[in-house]
Design a protein around this ligand. Structure first.
Ligand code: M6R
Length: 619
């Protein structure tokens, strides 16, 4: 998730550069691995880019000011392909004499094969990014056609994946061309100037008139106007609207809190994490692998190490990896693993899960595992962070920066990555589920739309939260992959609403926790899909009856079409039907929304709950 800005207008007082730098400052929440700008000046393209926060770019520009211009693009990066270095920072260059500059948000899935073709034709690359492939292609098309819009059109038809691209060319001053597929891009309409941005925060200081673009559209802006066309080359129209948010709300996408925004980002977090996971033969790939396939085939045990929400994603990983790859998996809280005497050797794969990549407890566990000879894989959301650097292989989640302290979209992305890892190991080791990997990947590809559908059904959950604002204790029950969802639902409520909340394995109820149930005790029950093996669905429905009989208020999360729960539920919260193993990606959503709403109803600080830090960098 990167931030991009484009501008064309009058060449006064270095306005183009000012607009773009201000826009980048407002978009920095989308990523801060590097930042860069490019301008069309009288001498051609001038560009500057630096790894790290925008501040580094600002210092570089102070030291070496760029010439004035009326055409500029700018980029703030959340690294996906290629580490957070100066070389991988955007813009990237292409065409004869590098006269084209291009920036990108998203992932070009088929960049390997496109790059092979370009290398064979003699192209030279300066970075490890997928973006540079697009820059070379658009540059070459401009050299043939002499028109940036035509060049962009000819290239986007070859690209697969999700992307927003912005390009400028030295020979076409006063023009910025943008293209979007499954990645955001809005147009800001000014008077004698026009803007492009990942979101309206990029230009809200200058205009409130905006144009929403559709999927697979190309937009060309000049100081005096704009035109839109589809990827099929036919003219198209965007939708005008007026932005009513203030600048701070604009950064949050118009939501009241970052957490609300991040909950609503979840379909993208899952979709982006799934992107680019197969090679040309259809085999699954990890991002950075510094271990041999032989070592991975020899693994006889997996230990997942993580903390908090990431550890609950690890519990889902256990069910998925054991099922698909048939390798025993244990899940350890990283701080417990580090100072116990874990049975780990060179045949153990230690999988760390961390949003930040900087959690000290998890880092220490990974280091300890390596000292014991284990092979280590990290599932991480932050490129260039310490835990992936300390690991033998990495599978990055592409949730984009998570700003709210309570983790939401990172959890869904971590679970998605855990599924990918399980399927990858199944394929590599050729077990009985190896053949199913592609079918499961297809089921996973349906999940973002189902999460989106679910997000549209949250009104009743919000009402319930308002109504329950004075509740002092809430219990959560789940079974199989619903068990970690129950734990995570309870954690969200503790963190956000400071309420006593506990998650249990539903089967454990009769072994003690059922004593907690008395009249009116609210209990969320995560009901597995009716298709779950071993009659688990029936068993959980029995659990609901048991607590209902003792007076509990049963708040039941059930799949669409599951009528068996109706007689025993005080409330039924419906989620779209999906394969049993994938249900955590849906079942957690109402619990996140419930916790958010209850915290709001109590007037608490949703994004920065008391006593917590986003990244816990001490043991
Ligand atoms: O950055 P990490 O994923 O390693 O962080 C792990 C936990 O500290 C984190 O998930 C924490 O539990 C969150 N506050 C949960 O919302």
């Amino acid at each position: 998730m990167c931030g991009i800005v484009g501008y064309v207008g009058p060449n006064v007082d270095e306005k183009a550069l000012t607009v773009v730098m201000e826009g980048l400052a407002r978009l920095e929440y989308r990523g801060y691995d590097s930042a860069g700008v490019a301008l069309v000046t009288e001498d051609g393209i001038e560009a500057e880019k630096r790894a790290g926060k925008l501040e580094n770019l600002r210092s570089a520009l102070d030291a070496h000011p760029l010439d004035g211009s009326r055409t500029a693009i700018g980029h703030t990066r959340w690294a996906t392909h290629g580490g957070p270095t100066d070389g991988n920072a955007h813009p990237h260059r292409g065409g004869q004499d590098d006269k084209l500059a291009l920036i990108h948000n998203g992932i070009i899935e088929n960049f390997h094969s496109l790059k092979k073709g370009l290398l064979a034709a003699g192209a030279q690359f300066q970075s490890e990014t997928d973006t540079e492939v697009a820059a070379k292609l658009v540059g070459a098309e401009f050299d043939k056609t002499g028109d940036l819009t035509t060049a962009m059109l000819n290239v986007v038809q070859q690209l697969e994946g999700a992307f927003t691209l912005l390009a400028i060319h030295a020979d076409q001053p006063g023009v910025v061309v943008g293209a979007r597929r499954n990645s955001p891009l809005v147009v800001g309409l000014g008077d004698g100037e026009n803007f492009l941005g990942s979101d309206v925060a990029a230009f809200i200081g200058y205009t409130r008139q905006a144009l929403e673009l559709g999927q697979d559209q190309i937009v060309t802006i000049t100081p005096d106007g704009y035109s839109v066309m589809g990827f099929d080359g036919r003219p198209a129209e965007g939708t005008h609207y007026e932005v009513t948010w203030d600048a701070a709300a604009a950064e949050r996408g118009g939501y009241a809190t970052f957490m609300e925004k991040e909950i609503n980002d979840q379909p993208h977090a899952v979709a982006d994490t799934l992107l680019g996971r197969t090679d040309e033969s259809g085999a699954l790939v990890l991002d950075e692998v510094r271990i041999s396939e032989e070592q991975l085939r020899a693994v006889d045990k997996i230990t997942v190490v993580a903390c908090g929400t990431a550890a609950y994603a690890g519990m889902v990983a256990k069910y998925a990896i054991e099922h698909w790859a048939r390798i025993p998996v244990e899940v350890a809280l990283a701080h417990e693993f580090r100072y116990a005497d874990p049975v780990v050797d060179e045949r153990t794969l230690v999988v760390s899960i961390s949003q930040s990549g900087e959690t000290m407890d998890t880092l220490m566990a990974v280091k300890h595992a390596r000292e014991l000879g284990a092979v280590t894989v990290s599932i991480c959301n932050t490129h260039g962070s310490t835990i992936p650097r300390e690991s033998d292989a990495v599978l990055y989640t592409h949730a984009g920066p998570e700003i709210a302290v309570a983790s939401t979209k990172a959890f869904l992305a971590q679970i998605t990555a855990a599924y990918i890892l399980g399927l990858y190991l199944a394929q590599l080791r050729g077990g009985s589920y190896a053949e199913d990997a592609q079918a499961v990947m297809r089921d996973l590809a349906d999940m973002p739309a189902k999460i989106q559908d679910l997000l549209g059904r949250m009104d009743r959950v919000k009402e319930m939260a308002e109504f329950m604002a004075d509740t002092r204790s809430v219990l959560f029950l789940g079974r199989n992959v619903g068990y970690p969802v129950a734990m995570e639902g309870a954690l969200k409520l503790k963190e956000l609403a400071y309420i006593h909340a506990e998650g249990f394995a539903a089967g454990e109820l009769k072994h003690g926790p059922i004593a907690l149930i008395d009249a009116g005790q609210p209990v969320f029950v995560i009901v597995p899909s009716p298709d779950t093996p071993h009659d688990l669905h029936k068993k959980v429905v029995s659990n609901i009856q048991e607590i209902r009989a003792r007076g509990a208020r049963t708040l039941v999360i059930a799949h669409d079409g599951d009528e068996d729960v109706e007689p025993f539920a005080s409330e039924v919260i419906r989620i779209p039907a999906c394969p049993p193993m994938l249900a955590p990606l849906l079942a957690i959503v109402p619990l996140q929304v419930f916790a958010l709403q209850l915290s709001t109803a109590k007037g608490l600080d949703v994004d920065q709950p008391r006593n917590l830090a986003k990244s816990v960098t001490v043991e």
